[in-house]
Design a protein around this ligand. Structure first.
Ligand code: NAD
Length: 447
């Protein structure tokens, strides 16, 4: 069959929903995407190497907060979704999206092992007419230099026999407004036919599709978005440090600046950055640029400032304890919130973990409470949260607010705790209570 005939056949199958869609990696990105394809009327095969994830989904549960279990159950019982760890099921697919992890190695280099293993799995099961789209965040060049040769290893040619594109995932876990469907999707294909097919695929289930002329452009779009965030958070964290030295309230400055209706975008300081994206993605770009003998100064500086913030918070705790003649060693500290951001249950790269570690290294007894995280595993051991009670708040010599979950009753915290180090400005405007409030930046004040 000619390339054009294959393309027309696949476009027709996408159009009438007879195409079978594969999603590799059923995590924060892959599972919502799989559900969008189901919702659009496709039969979806979700392939994940984790038997635990597969069993859970096939039992009608969901491990992803943004995907209700009822939605998974309905998709499984109706036969429109199957989760499997059996690689050969990929043979049935007409199009496959890859949403596997892209972490950093210990030396902060890209760890492409998951992408390579997914690519090899597809290559073993590929057939002419297949469309493959990489969604995992990665450095510019990955789709062409890494994915394409792996897929072609079995004799298929990209642009002739199979269609290959990159389309960055932009999911924002816990965002009540923007989810997979209504977040525009950027798509860059290796050839014009590749981009045409991949755009048609995503247009079937996502409101707006934005084609770009190459996979490299699409790869860089994602890195620009997240580098933009990392750099601006770094800037505002440094402004917070400056405000502290100047004795100026950083929140007042930021909120007043944000009244400017043009030319300013509000970012807020905090205890550091977390999650699988902002702390990691800019390093993918920095790594790639190092291979081209270019030093990414903005990325490096933002990373230095942001990664220093947990130390800054611990210094605030230490100073506040010192003010009441207490040492960190032997003090009791209650950390409120360990998720890396508000209203989610994800602790990956969370600055709370650094704050806890630094406090414990200095000899503090640390407990935590998080309404979304009953327990978490770190370096092989499980840490369990405590229940939040008035007694628990009074038990602590210092309470540190790291994550500003909306359901938290901060008035209660201020009423019962002795010292509250508030890294998120959630105690502003509360009725003064027992606690001495220590903001992230600027002088100690009472609520
Ligand atoms: N989480 C986010 O908010 C977010 C947002 C945008 C982009 N991303 C990017 O999307 C990608 C996926 O991230 P995530 O948060 O969904 O990861 P995740 O850890 O939640 O899920 C990844 C899944 O892939 C599975 N997996 C790993 N290797 C596999 C393989 N070879 N074959 C099949 N399954 C495999 C794992 O078992 C896991 O279930 C990453 O590149 C990430 O940077 C994540």
């Amino acid at each position: 069959m000619s390339t054009d005939a294959m393309k027309q056949q696949l476009l027709a199958k996408i159009q009438d929903r007879s195409a079978v869609i594969g999603v590799i990696g059923l995590g924060y990105v892959g599972l919502p995407l799989a559900m969008e394809f189901v919702h659009a009327g496709f039969r979806v095969i979700g392939y994940d190497v984790s038997e635990r994830v597969v069993d859970l989904l096939m039992a009608g549960s969901s491990h992803i907060q943004d995907v209700p279990a009822a939605q998974v159950r309905e998709a499984v019982t109706s036969g429109s979704f199957v989760a499997t760890a059996v690689e050969s099921r990929l043979k049935e697919c007409d199009a496959i999206s890859i949403a596997v992890p892209t972490p950093l190695s210990k030396t902060r280099d890209p760890d492409m092992a998951y992408v390579l293993s997914a690519a090899d799995a597809i290559a073993r099961q590929a057939h002419p007419g297949l469309c493959v789209v990489l969604e995992s965040t990665t450095y510019p060049g990955t789709t062409r230099e890494l994915l394409q040769p792996r897929l072609e290893a079995m004799g298929l040619t990209v642009g002739t026999d199979i269609f290959v594109a990159f389309s960055p995932e932009r999911v924002d876990p816990g965002n009540p407004v923007y989810q997979t469907k209504n977040t525009p999707k950027v798509v860059g294909g290796i050839t014009p036919a590749c981009v045409e097919v991949a755009c048609a695929l995503y247009a079937s289930c996502i409101d707006t599709v934005v084609p770009v002329t190459s996979p490299e452009a699409a790869e860089l779009v994602k890195l620009l978005e997240n580098t933009f965030r990392a750099v601006n958070i770094g800037l505002v964290n440094e402004i917070a440090i400056m405000c502290d030295k100047l004795g100026v309230d950083v929140w007042e400055v930021i909120n007043a600046a944000a009244t400017k209706p043009f030319g300013f975008m509000k970012f807020t300081p905090g205890p550091g950055i977390g999650g699988h994206c902002i702390p990691l993605d800019p390093h993918y770009l920095a790594w790639k640029m190092r291979t081209l003998n270019y030093k990414t100064r903005f990325i490096d500086l933002a990373s230095e400032i942001n990664s220093h913030m947990p130390e800054w918070v611990v210094q605030k705790v230490s100073d506040a304890l010192n003010d009441v003649r207490k040492a960190v060693r032997g003090s009791r500290v209650l950390v409120l919130g360990v998720a890396y951001k508000r209203d989610i249950d994800d602790v990956r790269e969370s600055p709370a973990l650094d704050v806890i570690r630094l406090l414990e290294e200095r000899g503090a007894h640390v407990e935590y409470y998080d309404p979304f995280v009953a327990e978490f595993r770190e370096e092989g051991h499980v840490r369990k949260g405590v229940e939040l009670s008035d007694e628990m708040l009074r038990w602590a010599d210092a309470v540190v607010i790291i994550t500003d979950h909306k359901s938290m009753d901060y008035q209660r915290v201020v009423d019962h705790a002795a010292i509250v180090v508030d890294t998120r400005n959630v105690t502003a405007g509360l009725t003064p209570g027992r606690a001495t409030i220590v903001p992230l930046a600027s002088r100690t004040r009472s609520a």
